[in-house]
Design a protein around this ligand. Sequence first.
Ligand code: 5RP
Length: 236
Amino acid sequence: MTGELSPIDKAKFVAARRAADFVEDGMKVGLGTGSTAAWLVRCLGEMVREDGLRFRGVPTSTRTAELAREVGIEVISLDEAKWLDLTIDGADEFDAELNLIKGGGGALLQEKIVATASDQMIVIADAAKEVARLGAFPLPVEVIPFGWQTSQALIEELLISMDVMGRNSSLRMNGDAPFVTDEGNHILDLHLGRIGDARQLAMILNQVPGVVENGLFVDICDKVVIGYADGRVETR
Ligand code: 5RP
């Protein structure tokens, strides 16, 4: 499954492999999105096929759903599952309090719903994702297409009163066209540099008309499994 991996992929793989051991027979498990989560899905697929692991997965994107089915995982919807034992997902940044920035892959809405509907959320990440303060990674905010420029202007205006370093934002593109999420929305990436109060910012952003959800995950993650390029793994 792994062949010759680059150092970054090795780090992602070892984190994913370790986290896969938290999945037990009979569980309902949220399956994250992104390159680290893809390693997790492949590892779990192998455990299903070779070790007889039996669990049901709730994917957080169409990409993850396709991969999960491909590797032999039984896929159900969140509505079928209702509540999950565990969600395992990647992150773009995590801090010492295990608050996160997510949504680099554009799946933050389903990811936040699924993680919130779980007894436990475990983040899998390479060591480069750890930060002293969130905000260097542009914060994704999902907005509906109607009037997105108005939502953008309102967000930039409210950032004036927030404890952040930068205030610019950009519409995420996919080639020449705006990026479209699984829910048919767009993503604004906020270039904040440093976020002073993640909890307050997360709450205020969601009050802007047109905003569906933002990529700040505050008090959602319970554990982080960090992978290193030399194969070491650390769990916090
Ligand atoms: C997708 C996400 C991903 O989990 C996040 O972008 C990390 O991705 P990767 O594992 O590829 O670094 O939030 O919306």
